[in-house]
Design a protein around this ligand. Sequence first.
Ligand code: TYM
Length: 374
Amino acid sequence: MTKEEFLVTPYTVEGNINYEKLIKKFGTEPIDNILLNRIKKHTGELHFMLKRKIFFCHRDLNWLLNKYENGEKFYIYTGRGPSGKMHLGHLLPFLFTKWLQDKFNCKTIIQITDDEKYLFNNKKLEEYTKQGLENIKDIIAVGLNPKLTEIMIDTYNSKTLYNNAIHFAKRLTISTIKSAFGFNDSYNIGQYFYTSFQAVPAILESVRQGKNIPCLIPLGVDQDPHFRLARDICPKLGYYKPAIIHSRFLPPLQGIEGKMSSSKEETAIFTTDDKETVRKKVMKYAFSGGRKTLEEHRKYGGNPEIDVSYQYLYQLLEPNDKKIKEIHEEYKSGNLLSGELKQIMVKKANEFLEKHQKARRKAEEKIEKFLIKD
Ligand code: TYM
C-alpha cells in the first residue's frame, strides 16, 4: 500500500485515510454549514463533534429533516460488535447517539452482534455473548434513557432478526457481498449472510408499527458498506432507506493511520483502564507532533494535526471550544511542549474515565431494563 492508498471496510481499515477522498469513494455527502444550521434549528446548540466535523458526512440527512419537519419522528439505530473490551473510539458514536436521543427525544435501538464476531473470529460463541454483556455496561454508561432505548443481542433476538433478515438475504447476491467487502471463496457462508442481520434494525420500527418510520444510523464510517447494500434493498421491501451520519476514526495511539484495535492493548485506551495504565500508554505510545529537539520545537512549533494527544482532545475529550483553540495555538507556536500536551491529555482522559467507570458500575443493575425479549 503506497502512502496515498487506504482501505476502509467493516473488516479492514488500513493506510492514511483521506476523508475527502473517502466521501467520493463511498458516494456520501459532506456535512456542510447549511446542514449544520438546519440541525441547530432543532437542537438549539450543536454537539462539538458536529461543529468540528468529527461526524463529517451523511446519507439523506436532509430527507430525514424534511420528514421531521413534516411531523414524522425518526428513531435511531446503532450497534457494537463485541470482539473484546471497548476502547474510547468505540464510545464515540454512542456518546453522539446519547446527544441525539436527548435532543430529538427519540427511540433508540442498539444491536450487539455476538454472532458476527463469532463468524469472523476464533473464540467460542458464548465468549462473544458474554463480552457483549460487558460492552452493554459501557453503552448504558453513556447515559442512554432506558425508557427510550432497546438493546438487542443477536443470539437472544434471533427470531425477530432472522425472520426479517431473510428478506434482505434473498436480494443480496454473493457477487455483491464479494465486491463490497473483498471476500473470496474461502469465507464461510455465515460471513456472507451477516449483512442481512445488521440491516434488520434499520427497518424494525417500521415492521413493528406497520407503517414507515424514518431511521437515523450514527456510525463510524467503516460500517457504511453494510448499509450501502441495505439501503438499496429497503425500498424493494417497501421501507424507507435509513439516513446515516458517519464519524471519522479516533486514531490508534501510535499514529493517525488506520483504526484502533481492541486486540492490541497498546494501540488503544480502554474504558476500563486505570489511571496509571492510561498515563503509561500515553507517555510511551502516543504519537507526537512535536519537533526533534526542544530548541526546534520552541522555534517552529508542533503539528497538532498529527499529534495523537491533541486529536484525542479535539475529537473526544475537550468539548470546550475556547480551551481546545488555546491548546492548538500554544502547541503550534511552540509554547506548549509535547510532554506537556500529553499530560493535559492524560488528565482529561482520566477525568473522563473516572466518570465513565462510575456510571459503568451502576449500569450493571440496569441491563435487564434495556434488553428486549424476542
Ligand atoms: P464495532 O464494534 O467495530 O464498532 C462500534 C462502533 O464504533 C465505531 N468505531 C469507531 N469510531 C471512531 N473511532 C474508532 N477508532 C472506531 N472504531 C470503531 C464503529 O464504526 C461502530 O459505529 N458490525 C458493527 C456492529 C453494528 C453496528 C450496527 C454499528 C451492528 N449494527 C449499526 C453501527 C451501526 C461492529 O462490529 O461495530
